[in-house]
Design a protein around this ligand. Structure first.
Ligand code: FES
Ligand code: ZN
Ligand code: ZN
Length: 303
């Protein structure tokens, strides 16, 4: 197996690009994929102040490495979810990454800041852990980005994440979510920071390979609360299809973004209001995050 670029010994095959790469040309290939995504979707420019949602996993740390390598100035924000050893280890790895590269990482602790952790919130609200976790991440990362005056909130979702989410939204015909599934969500006057996903052209196994080949020490354990999670099951199914038809996952996602997504565009008429509890944007009176917080704390007091 020879590298497509230098004909040296290849270490990885990327079947959907019909190409094999040596270590350095694979790293280069992934960086180019990210660069192209940033340009194609006009995600940000070199003057923008960027903040990246950092989890300590392969995707966010690989993306941090790539963006700083491309010359962008990117701070990180880590949300401590209160999931036992998994959270403390991921935090240590994130801090070590930031420290050794002289990068700024802000840590938000859900328990300290909001008085609850993800496992308790999931049980109290009868949500799945991933749904309580996703809501908490969306809320608190946006809050940090908006309050600290960042121009763009950068997220490390990869091709597999986005294709599986799209698959899930199509199976359920969640048209509202389909309308919002885009690699760039613009900022709004009521407090939503611009949000972008520059890793969507890179598959999960490729971000893992990038992290390993670039010598990044990341949290290899899966989140213990994600076991049996539907999105993970869809990822497995899509990967089975991908094995038989390389490229099908990327075609599904990018075909949707190019040709399907305009059909689901959300109208600007959905006026966002201000949550009466926290002042963050919401469609109702109290935002979903504040409701999650209230139900968790009141269950604790009742129980
Ligand atoms: Fe969100 Fe595990 S990381 S539930
Ligand atoms: Zn090579
Ligand atoms: Zn609120």
């Amino acid at each position: 197996m020879k590298c497509r670029v230098c004909r040296g010994k290849a270490v990885i095959a990327v079947r959907r690009h019909n190409a094999n790469f040596c270590r350095s040309h694979f790293l280069e290939h992934v960086r180019r994929q990210v660069e192209r995504t940033i340009d194609d979707y006009k995600m940000f420019g070199s003057d923008d102040r960027l903040v990246l949602g950092v989890s300590g996993g392969k995707d966010s740390l690989a993306l941090w490495d790539i963006l700083t390598g491309l010359g962008y100035r990117v701070d990180g924000v880590y949300l401590h979810l209160g999931i036992g050893e998994y959270s403390s280890e991921s935090l240590t790895l994130s801090q070590r990454f930031a420290l050794t590269r002289n990068l700024r990482l802000e840590v938000v602790d859900l328990t300290v800041e909001y008085g609850f952790a993800v496992p308790e919130a999931a049980a109290a609200s009868h949500r799945t852990p991933c749904s309580a976790c996703g809501l908490s991440k969306r809320y608190s990362l946006n809050k940090v980005a908006a309050e600290r005056g960042y121009d763009v909130l950068v997220m490390g979702h990869n091709l597999d994440d986005e294709a599986a989410t799209l698959f899930s939204n199509v199976l359920g015909w969640n048209v509202e979510y389909l309308g919002r599934q885009h690699p760039v969500l613009p900022s709004t006057e009521d407090g939503l920071c611009k949000k972008v996903k520059p890793l969507i052209r890179v598959a999960e196994r490729e971000t893992a390979a990038y992290a390993i080949l670039a010598g990044i020490d990341y949290e290899v354990e899966e989140c213990p609360m994600a076991a049996g999670n539907t999105i993970n099951r869809y990822k497995e199914w899509l990967n089975r299809l991908e094995e038989q038809s390389p490229g099908i996952k990327a075609n599904f996602l990018f075909g949707f973004l190019e040709r399907g997504s305009p059909l689901f565009e959300v109208s600007d008429d959905i006026a966002l209001r201000i949550c009466s509890n926290c002042g963050q944007p919401t469609t109702g009176d109290v935002c979903a995050f504040c409701r999650l917080q209230q139900v968790t704390i009141s269950r604790r007091q009742d129980g």
